[in-house]
Design a protein around this ligand. Structure first.
Ligand code: PHE
Length: 511
């Protein structure tokens, strides 16, 4: 056993003896016990009593006893009498002559002013005929003058702050005049616990050795303290991007959108490009822009009929289109890649939607990671996150697209929007979204949008009268603006400062 615990072992033994000696009759007060044992009360409680109580060897019940701390001013009143009493004494000593304000000031100093007010209130003194004279008041002549304030303070000082049966109004007065303040004393009433006689060695946990040797029979296991505070977790902080993602998610959910399953980073070129009517010679499909997967390099099962419709549309068109008039190559479509945009997921979802028996309007969103074979710089990484929303319904117009985009961005506090024509292989018309940034004092591009082309959605089987509008933006851009980050490498990737992730505040987009 460690040396340091010898003393507390003795004390604990003494405590046990003391509560056992009660024989179930009454209790011992911890303060009285501390005095008996000659130890500090706080140390007795924390070092011994709580441990014994945890092992059920004693029971402790907290009691709070009133105690009052007398202030320095209070101490001086206890010694010299209260100012009001000293004023009364001076006036009474001058009788039958009247005292004056200046004579009191002279003999009592600063106590004169305060004492006069209190003594006047108590009617111990009164003003004489000409208002400069001070004479004894009506209470003084009826012989009721007792210096209760000073007496109460003396009593407190003599009884270590215990108020005994001092009346509540006197204590209230002491408190108001800042002569004493209440500071309850917390002690414990101690009695024998259920296991008072159980002096087995205490153990915190069962070990293999204890089981093998059978020693577990001879030890008392410590109870779990379910009230103990846990250690604050050192990990588990949400990455800044995830904080912002959650806010975007809430915006979409509030607008009635369903989240699309985006849990596949590896995608076939077919879903990423071909189904989106992106020609196979398109520069974005080059390995300078796209990461190709070497193993497995080729995507497997596909809906052959749909694949043929996609081929047909690329080669010869349909739905009012001439197509690209080149020979579409299935092998090219089967090349596995890291998806370059989440529109690949939107495409899969629209295809699934088209397979349903009866078309029902849908609103979908996704927020997840995409990959591009970029040259890295302060604003570009090879992987980033896209936010995408789409609405499929009958008779949607460009007005609906602009309207829903306005509503979406308004929820982030962006009210001033402009649309600029652009080109995407899979939308027509296509619109860039620009927003006036009050902080930067200029228009910034915040997203891309459009109406999905018939060449994309009709081969899937989406009904003729259904239009699909969609928009997309990066998660990084608004996050960098929101958190004042100028280099994307400080936000995402191996150079990120973990301390910043732990300390970045939660995100609130205004909505
Ligand atoms: N996929 C586009 C991009 O990667 C964004 C977009 C989504 C554009 C939906 C139009 C419609 O930038």
């Amino acid at each position: 056993m460690r040396n340091t615990s010898n003393m507390s072992t003795d004390i604990r033994a003494a405590v046990i003896e003391r509560v056992k000696a009660l024989n179930g009759d009454g209790s011992v007060d911890s303060m009285a016990l501390a005095n008996e044992l000659g130890v500090d009360h706080g140390k007795l409680v924390d070092g011994s009593l709580k441990t014994l109580a945890a092992a059920d060897r004693i029971a402790m019940e907290m009691v709070s006893q009133p105690r009052w701390n007398v202030s320095d001013e209070g101490k001086s009143y206890a010694e010299q009498g209260s100012p009001e009493y000293r004023v009364y004494q001076a006036v009474s000593a001058a009788a039958p002559d009247a005292a004056t304000v200046s004579s009191l000031d002279e003999s009592l100093g600063p106590a004169s002013n305060r004492g006069r007010q209190q003594a006047l209130k108590r009617k111990w003194i009164a003003f004489g005929a000409n208002k400069t004279e001070i004479v004894l008041g009506p209470s003084a002549s009826s012989g009721e003058v007792v210096d209760q304030v000073s007496n109460a303070l003396k009593l407190l000082l003599e009884n270590a702050g215990a108020p005994g049966d001092l009346p509540a109004d006197i204590l209230k007065q002491l408190k108001q005049r800042k002569l004493a303040s209440s500071k309850p004393l917390k002690t414990y009433l101690l009695t024998a616990g259920a296991r008072v006689d159980d002096d087995r060695v205490e153990a915190t946990e069962m070990t293999k050795d204890m089981i093998v040797s059978g020693e577990w029979r001879n030890v008392a296991f410590k109870k779990y303290n379910f009230d103990a505070d846990g250690k604050p977790p050192e990990g588990g902080y949400l990455h800044t991007l995830l904080k912002v993602r959650e806010q975007f998610r809430l915006i979409f959910l509030e607008m009635g959108f369903e989240e699309m399953p985006t849990n596949n980073y590896v995608e076939s070129s077919f879903w990423n490009f071909d189904t989106l009517f992106q020609p196979q010679q398109h520069p974005a499909r080059d390995e300078h822009d796209t990461f190709f997967i070497s193993d497995p390099a080729r995507a497997g099962v596909m809906d052959e009929k749909y694949l043929e419709r996609v081929r047909e549309t690329h080669e010869r068109g349909g739905f009012g289109s001439r197509g690209y008039r080149y020979e579409w190559c299935e092998e090219e479509a089967r090349k596995n890649i890291l998806r370059t945009h989440t529109t690949a997921v939107s495409s899969r979802m629209l295809y699934l939607l088209a397979q349903e028996k009866e078309f029902k309007p849908r609103k979908y969103f996704s927020i997840d990671r995409v990959f591009r074979n970029e040259t890295l710089d302060a604003t570009h990484l090879a992987e980033f996150h896209q936010i995408e929303g789409l609405v499929a319904d009958r008779n949607l117009s460009l007005g609906h697209l602009k309207g829903i985009i306005h509503e979406f961005f308004k929820k982030m506090g962006m009210e001033k929007l402009r649309f600029k024509p652009t080109h995407n292989p899979y939308t027509t018309p296509s619109l860039e979204i620009h927003s006036y940034h009050e902080g930067l004092g200029k228009w910034v591009e915040v997203g891309n949008s459009g109406v999905f082309r018939p060449e994309m959605i009709r081969p899937m089987g989406i009904p003729e009268d259904v239009t699909v509008i969609a928009w997309g933006l990066s998660l990084e851009r608004p996050t960098m603006i929101k958190y004042g980050i100028s280099n994307i490498r400080d936000l995402f990737g191996h150079k990120v400062d973990l301390a910043a992730i732990q300390s970045n505040p939660i995100c609130r987009l205004t909505f």
